[in-house]
Ligand binder design. Sequence first.
Ligand SMILES: [Mg+2]
Length: 318
Amino acid sequence: MEFLACDNIEFKSREYFYNLIPKQFPHIKKTYFRHWYNTLFTSSHSPYHNGYDIIANEKDSIIIHGKFHYGDFRKDLEDEWISIFMYNFNLPNPNWVYITRILTDNDGQIFHHFTKDKTLKNGLYLFKFIVEGDRTSADMYIRILSEKEDYVIFDIDGTLTISDNELIKESFYEFLDVHYKPKAYKDAYKVVNYYKDKGYNILYLTARPSWLISNTLNWLKENGFPFGILHTNETGIPSTYADIYKSMYLKTIISKGANINYLYGNALTDISAYKSINISHDKIFIVGEHGGKSGTNPIYNYTDHLCNLISLSQNSFL
Ligand SMILES: [Mg+2]
């Protein structure tokens, strides 16, 4: 049998996650916070802002949603101006377009409803939210589906990171002002890039709460993972019922036109959620102690798994 040197495979999209960030962002005039206490607080605390990625279709009513907070306790930024810009990747010569400015509410949130005359067509859009007072920002991606589009789903904790404890360690150390970076499984990023290069869309579907969006995006970027839509748990459903949250979301995006090809996870709740969408069990890959349960495919390590994927795809062309 021919030996495949999988370790040496190069992926076009390895840097893709943030190379997707387009042309230089327009210069924004420096302004001031409306409230002196926000000036004081933000000057001494790190920003943790969220944009909430969306998968939708052309008939959907689109609501832009951001949340802005600072510091380890994620104090909300209340009653301050946020500027919204849009970048439409689907135009031949895209550019940044100013949309509007909105004041944050009592929870540090903004909502902007895209009215019917401004519906978004099929494709990928990036919204950038700029806090006018200090020019910190958050990004939000919207993927509008028209026909069926292919997706591969990845859980994050214990699936791409080496255990669920990595997230707990990161949060704990953050309070001590120590930077702990969750460890990724060796070559996990290559497997995600493999699918990206094959033309699949990636969805990172995690039961992490939304206040961890900025940490999660940084972690994906620093560990070589490709661009994908990120969906965190905003439902209030506790993580012990992550299967319900994940199942509901998967069924929602299927109804909008997502065609789910493969799913990766590590927990029994992942198996339960993934089986609920009536996909063949051999399309479900489970890392760790639950691998192989309920007819799923176990992953012992991502290096061998990648070799298998490449080998299978090469054979399918023979
Ligand atoms: Mg997990």
